[in-house]
Design a protein around this ligand. Sequence first.
Ligand SMILES: Cc1ncc(COP(=O)(O)O)c(C=O)c1O
Length: 418
Amino acid sequence: MQPDSVQALARRGAQLATESPMADYIVEHFQRSSVGDGAEPYIPLCIAENSQLHDLVLPRIRAAAEVPGRILGYDAMIGAEEFRTQLGAFMGRTFLGRCFPPEQIAVMAGAGTVLENVFYALADPGDAVLVPTPSYAGFWTDLETRNGLSIVPVHCAADEEFKLTPARLEAALASSERPVKALLFTNPDNPRGSVATPAEIEQVLAWAEGHGIHVVFDEIYALSVFGETPFTSVAQVRPKLGSHVHIVWAFSKDFGASGLRCGLLVSENEALLAAVNGLAYWGAVSGHTQWMLGQLISDEAWVDHYCAELRRRLGVTYARVAQALGAAGIPMVPAEAGIFVLCDMRQFLGDPSWDAEHALWRRILDGANVNVTPGSACRIEEPGFMRLCYAAIPLDTVLCGIERIGRLLHGPPPGLRP
Ligand SMILES: Cc1ncc(COP(=O)(O)O)c(C=O)c1O
């Protein structure tokens, strides 16, 4: 980058231009995706996308080609009322357990945009937000890059099955040097694919209520649940959300439609909704997308079939992936939801350090041409875990990637190759 082009920007522009908020594994992903296939083609197992149900979703999108003229014009920036009404009915039936009215729903360009705008309104620059770890890597950019907030990780330990406890929340709160305004809780969780029980949700709520802080429930994987623990939304645990509990969801994961950029906030806090309304113009969803998705979710019979098929296919894929990891000698944390598993590669580290984890990630990338998400990106307390996403590419390719990693990890150590 030319220095004078950077100097021509304001401080914040220069910072964004020179310190890309993009993690190493994403940068590598884009570089390797654009290079032609060699002897061992690149296998990306680092992207949390689901293309397994495109055969069901795409025909519905194509069928919605006859669009009404009104989609060309301005509408409410938090989403057309008709679409928010359709969303309230759809979510009520499928995962929230009750129907929210359109006034309590705000639609924006993906869950990331919703989170950025919600936290803009809940906390001021310099304030802190608690995020349990292991965590979705993107929360750091969503909350810190433009909003200037500071995430305080609530580390959950591998030897406690990564359970979040009030004691861990309390310790994180006490450790924060800044005022803590909110807790961001993901259920089902990314990267572990765990599903919180009603008792666990109640515990989190009780703790947050005791401290008077907001809790944002990221329920973006609500429908992608295939294990024995059924999904419970916070909306089922609290028949009234009240002013401090908010829900985020998007089409990105459950409908494998991350490129459509459509997410939403559900809240009963009128002031938060009004604040978000004031920001929605800069992250609005196109009228075309809203109309098309509205058609999709209004067909109840199709939605019911889709949800059952989503669960079934994810369950089958997960079982094959777990089996392949076992055969490759790679331990993993059992999952019940989501489109990824957390692999425990601690035994393959030279020493228990972040440098060793980075070296292992590099070794897998350069030696097997497979990209996984390093645990450091998920802010895991301890080095040696890697997230492996299995639904973005065909299963055979995923299994081939796992086999390659297994061969590499159990083969001769680096430096001893002939
Ligand atoms: C837990 C979680 N929240 C939010 C997002 C961002 O979703 P979107 O693409 O809708 O912005 C992701 C994407 O991976 C995620 O896993």
